[in-house]
Structures are given as structure tokens and as C-alpha cells.
Design a protein around this ligand. Structure first.
Ligand SMILES: C[S@@+](CC[C@H](N)C(=O)[O-])C[C@H]1O[C@@H](n2cnc3c(N)ncnc32)[C@H](O)[C@@H]1O
Length: 354
């Protein structure tokens, strides 16, 4: 366990003391090569040579290697830089690069301040020479060399789950911890009484596909069109037949469930036919809106995954009016940074009003 995580654990225990006095389950991360996504800028020196760079406020510093990044990213970085430096057309007006890795595959996006159609041939050669899934982006245009989507196979306690996604999807950045999070949530619900699962913020189905076999039916919703498109594809890849995905914001879903508004996107889904025993929430850093808190309070079990302890604490102030925390886990998803991922299981208090 690295020191950073120990500090974060102490802080989290203090932060959540008003709500939870039990033990925390702790999941530390490998301290190198754990991150599957990396974004860098390019620094162009006066001799026309380019270097990977990062910004710290306004200060730019040159990056030679990224020890925290996936090994495939680390191996590619020097080769890619060398190839770019040897080609004037490829490095001119190049300002950024995004690396994305699954366990076995890798894609690279190069970001340009010029029309990439002019350098299509050179990009094709670069992709072939480095055997690379390459995406070139410029002002809303995207050229793809190789393939855009990556395949991931997660191992959840011996069960293989297949996913596809691309660089425009939300991706949990630490695959080791992601598997631990899914395993942890699965373990928590194992002995609970279950009927249907309602999931908000489902992304491309990261949790959905692993949890669906535990439930009769699942309704999973998400704001992003791209995420939902991959979620549907991932459903097919895993032969899942009890999941309904819908592209709805959490606010829209709350309105639909309260029958305040009808949505064409729900035309094939009979909301009244679901009997949700569990709601799974994995919101962005801002946490839950009021309408979602009110919605979640209705259900017997709340499974809350949070990447921001501060917004989680605010939300727990309200959720613990009707629910009690039974289990709490801390995941070092963002190892070596101050950020922390939390998992919280809440159960409705008997006779709670909402
Ligand atoms: C922290 S990510 C979790 C995704 C997914 N559970 C996973 O493990 O990959 C939050 C997700 O919420 C989606 N999102 C953001 N704002 C939203 C909103 N208002 N309503 C519904 N989904 C939203 C984002 O597109 C993103 O996929």
C-alpha cells in the first residue's frame, strides 16, 4: 500500500465518521503501469523538434516517460515520438496526443490544428509502420486508421465479460481497480433479496453487464449517445437478454418515473413493469441532483459508486435520512493523486418515510 493511499484512507474515515462507524474495505492499486488513459501536449522547440509535454498551470514541462501509464503506452511513446520527429508534415500543427489501452489493445489519437486530410497518406504510413490503431482529429473531423474501438475482457471472479468502447466513451481509468469495484458490488448484493435493478449513469455497461445475471431485469440509463451505443453492442457481445438501455439523463429518468413527462426514447419500455429492489448510482464528480436523491430514497437498496468524496458526503447527508450504510469500500483508482473512489451500500431503514 503506498503512502498516498494511507493518507487518503485516514482523510476518508474522518470525512465519513458522521455516517459510518464500521470497517472500510480497502483496495490498493499497483503503483506503476495502472492507468489506461493518458493525454499529453506537444512542445515544439526552435529547431523544429517536438517533445511530449504536460502543463502545470501555465508552466509546461517535458515528459520523457509516464511510469503510471499502461505498459503498451510506455512502449509506444518513444517510437511514436521518433516517427513524428522524422516527418515534417506529421509534426506541423500537432498539439496533442491521447493514448487509450485495454488489456490487449491500444489506440492513439493525434490532435491537429489543421485539416488532417492533407496528411492522410503520411498518417496511413505511420499507422502501418507502427501497427497502430490511429485516429487523427482536427476541428470536429476525425480520420481513423486501423480501428477506433478497443476490446476489453474483464475477469470478474473467473467470469469473462466482454466490452467494446472507444476514446469518446467514459472509461474507468484503472482496469485493476475497475475489476475490484465490480467484484465488490457483486459480492455485496449476493446475499440480498433482489428483483430488478435500476442503474443511472451506466456508461457503456461497465457494471451493468456484470450485475445483470443477479437480477430479474435491469433498466440502465445514461446521458451520452456514444456510451449507450456501445452499451447495446456490449449487451449483444455478452448475450445479455434482461437489460434495457435507454439514453436519458438522470433528470429525465426521474421525470419519467414520476410520470411528469413521457419520452419517445422510452416508447418500447413499460416502466410500470419493473419492480426495482436496487438502484445503482455512479455519477460524475458533481454527485447527484436533488431529483435523483429523491428517486434513490424510494428504493430498498442503494449502491453508490463515487469518484468524489466531497459530493458523496453531501449526498449521504440526505440519503442517510432514509437509509443506513451497511458497507463502505475505498478504492485507490487514482493512485498517486489526491483523488479517491468510494463504494457505499445503503439499506432502507424500516419505517423510513420516503
Ligand atoms: C463516473 S461515469 C460512470 C460510467 C459507468 N458507470 C462506468 O463504470 O464506466 C458517469 C457517467 O454518467 C454520465 N452522465 C453524466 N451526466 C449525466 C446525467 N446528467 N445523466 C445521466 N448520465 C450522465 C456520463 O456520460 C458517464 O458515462
Amino acid at each position: 500500500m503506498n503512502i498516498n493511499f494511507e493518507q487518503k484512507i485516514l482523510e476518508a474515515k474522518e470525512l465519513f465518521k458522521p455516517f459510518y462507524k464500521g470497517d472500510f474495505e480497502l483496495f490498493s492499486s499497483p503503483t506503476s503501469h495502472f492507468r489506461t488513459r493518458a493525454e499529453l501536449s506537444f512542445f515544439h522547440n526552435e529547431n523544429g523538434e517536438i517533445f511530449y509535454a504536460m502543463f502545470n498551470g501555465k508552466q509546461k514541462y517535458i515528459v520523457r516517460n509516464l511510469d503510471f501509464a499502461d505498459e503498451k503506452i510506455c512502449a509506444l511513446m518513444p517510437k511514436l515520438l521518433q516517427a513524428l520527429n522524422l516527418n515534417q508534415k506529421l509534426k506541423t500543427k500537432l498539439f496533442g496526443v491521447e493514448f487509450l489501452a485495454s488489456k490487449k489493445e491500444l489506440s492513439v489519437s493525434l490532435l491537429y490544428h489543421k485539416d488532417t486530410l492533407e496528411i492522410k497518406e503520411d498518417l496511413t504510413k505511420l499507422s502501418n509502420a507502427l501497427n497502430l490503431n490511429l485516429i487523427a482529429r482536427s476541428r470536429g473531423k476525425k480520420l481513423i486508421f486501423g480501428k477506433e474501438n478497443l476490446r476489453q475482457v474483464l475477469d470478474i471472479k473467473g467470469k469473462k465479460i466482454i466490452y467494446e468502447f472507444d476514446n469518446d466513451c467514459f472509461i474507468q481509468p484503472n482496469t485493476y481497480i475497475n475489476e475490484k469495484m465490480i467484484e465488490w458490488v457483486s459480492k455485496q448484493i449476493l446475499t440480498q433479496e433482489k428483483s430488478d435493478l435500476l442503474e443511472l449513469y451506466c456508461g457503456y455497461g461497465n457494471f451493468t453487464l456484470a450485475l445483470a445475471p443477479f437480477f430479474r431485469r435491469v433498466l440502465a440509463t445514461e446521458l451520452s449517445k456514444k456510451n449507450i451505443a456501445y452499451a447495446l453492442k456490449n449487451c449483444t457481445l455478452n448475450n445479455s437478454s434482461n437489460i434495457h438501455f435507454a439514453r436519458l439523463s438522470s433528470e429525465e429518468l426521474s421525470k419519467a418515473l414520476r410520470k411528469e413527462r413521457e419520452f419517445f426514447r422510452l416508447k418500447d419500455i413499460d416502466l410500470d413493469s419493473f419492480h426495482f429492489s436496487h438502484v445503482l448510482l455512479d455519477p460524475p464528480r458533481a454527485g447527484l441532483e436533488e431529483s435523483v436523491i429523491d428517486l434513490a430514497k424510494k428504493y430498498e437498496n442503494i449502491l453508490y459508486i463515487s469518484c468524489n468524496p466531497t459530493s458523496l458526503k453531501e449526498n449521504l447527508t440526505q440519503l442517510t435520512q432514509t437509509h443506513t450504510i451497511t458497507n463502505f469500500a475505498l478504492f485507490d483508482q487514482f493512485a498517486l493523486t489526491p483523488h479517491l473512489e468510494c463504494g457505499v451500500i445503503l439499506k432502507k431503514i424500516n419505517n423510513a418515510s420516503k
